[in-house]
Design a protein around this ligand. Structure first.
Ligand code: FES
Length: 218
């Protein structure tokens, strides 16, 4: 049969048997191989995609039943790994072998859509995907981290008030500490002089975090 699916917000024309699992339509017909095959019987969750925002095991869903729905795959989170959950995944080195992680991410994204600050119990009961490497503790930590970031992004006023308050408290201490700091810092040292009183380069402390100024003129 011929049909049009809406995948990651775009209409996609498909020609396949109506009972072809959505997983194989995504992978073989649309070449969206981010959605993985694991068990094929709805147990592992590696094939998780969203259908109308609900995390669904795409290996069990005939593609004909998804006509008229909105499908989202791992490619729809972000292609370059910049989505908040994906960044938390990378920062916490969550994946080990990695074969279940696309499904885990999609399950986590659906969970955060339902609960913006999920508890460990909600994570455990909602994400039933199987990870053979046992990354569950890091999975929970990454979800909490992403949830906190998303919450802060969606509530910028609360974030700025909180930063402003801490900034006001910390600023005098930070300045006093700077003034008391000896001029020569452990990492501030002249390069060996070629001639007396002539330094080819000198590293000095910058007022910008992670910044450095090289004075080559002196
Ligand atoms: Fe679909 Fe395992 S491949 S649940």
């Amino acid at each position: 049969m011929k049909a049009e699916l809406r995948v990651n917000g775009e209409p996609r024309a498909i020609e396949a048997d109506g009972d072809t699992p959505l997983l194989w339509v995504l992978r073989d017909h649309l070449r969206m191989t981010g959605t993985k095959f694991g068990c094929g019987i709805g147990q592992c969750g590696a094939c998780t995609a969203h259908i109308n925002g609900v995390a669904t095991r795409s290996c069990l869903v005939p593609f004909a039943s998804t006509i008229g729905t909105s499908i989202k795959t791992i490619e729809g989170l972000s292609r370059n790994g910049t989505q908040t959950l994906q960044r938390a995944w990378l920062e916490d080195n969550l994946p080990q072998c990695g074969c279940c992680q696309a499904g885990m991410l999609m399950a986590a994204a659906a969970l955060l859509h339902q609960h913006d600050r999920p508890t460990d119990e909600q994570i455990n009961s909602s994400i039933t995907n199987i990870c053979g490497c046992g990354t569950y503790p890091r999975l929970r930590a990454a979800i909490h981290k992403a949830a906190a970031r998303m919450h802060a992004e969606q509530n910028p006023i609360a974030l700025s008030i909180s930063i402003g308050r801490w900034g006001a408290i910390l600023k005098p201490f930070r300045r006093r500490k700077r003034r008391d700091t000896p001029r020569r810092l452990p990492y501030e040292y002249p390069v060996r002089p070629v001639e007396p009183s002539w330094w080819p380069a000198r590293c000095v402390r910058s007022c910008h975090p992670a910044g450095a100024v090289w004075n080559c003129a002196r």
